[in-house]
Design a protein around this ligand. Structure first.
Ligand code: GSH
Length: 198
């Protein structure tokens, strides 16, 4: 059975959600980010980690794309044009959405106080707003970023939208807000939240 290292208050939720989408069993090994226990598994102390087939994988995107490829769900096959387009949305999410939220978080409460630059927050909000405009254009009238099919970047963007709301970033009304609602209402996300007490 898969072992998921981390807890639901961070990017580990992406792994729980992906496993719920795929109907897989998993064991939750509750470990806090940056803790001694996390460092014993991942030298950086970061979560999530996944233990699969006796090996450890770090990084939420690597983990959920591995699961998707392995089980042939939530993804287009490697080597197809659709997969390249799907991966482009994944990179967009990592660079422009997750990266921006993470920059704001690091400078609000993650870094030691003397290394924080709280004045970065307006810049982060500006970058986030730009990313939301790009998302609106790229999404168009599609249900999900790849059309009718829910894939890995939808899950990542859905997770980031929840993070953004918590961090008081503005989600533009209209297509983007409706898309985020659609993604967040997926039963698998609700199950992951219920199971992990989020
Ligand atoms: N790109 C990585 C980022 C992992 C990451 O930064 N995780 C945070 C929690 S969401 C963490 O463990 N932080 C602890 C630390 O940076 O010491 C991923 O997607 O898994």
């Amino acid at each position: 059975m898969y072992k998921v290292i981390g807890n639901s208050r961070n990017r580990t939720m992406r792994v729980y959600w992906a496993l719920e989408e795929m109907g897989m069993e998993y064991e939750m090994v509750l470990v806090s980010p940056g803790s001694k226990e996390a460092r014993e598994i991942n030298p950086s102390g970061k979560v999530p980690c996944l233990i699969a087939e006796g090996e450890t994988i770090f990084d939420s995107v690597a983990i959920i794309q591995y699961l998707a490829d392995k089980h042939g769900q939530l993804t287009f096959p490697a080597g197809t044009i659709e997969r390249a387009q799907q991966d482009s949305f994944t990179q967009f999410c990592c660079d422009e959405v997750d990266g921006t939220l993470w920059m704001a978080a690091k400078n609000s409460f993650i870094h030691p106080e003397e290394y924080r630059v709280p004045a970065i927050k307006p810049t982060a909000k500006y970058e986030f707003a730009k990313a939301m405009k790009t998302l609106e254009t790229r999404l168009g009238d599609n249900e999900f970023v790849m059309g009718d099919t829910f894939t890995i970047p939808d899950l990542l963007l859905g997770h980031c939208s929840n993070w953004a709301e918590g961090a008081k970033f503005d989600i533009p009304e209209g297509k983007v807000a409706e898309y985020f609602k659609r993604v967040a209402n997926r039963p698998a996300y609700q199950r992951a939240k219920d199971k992990t007490g989020y």
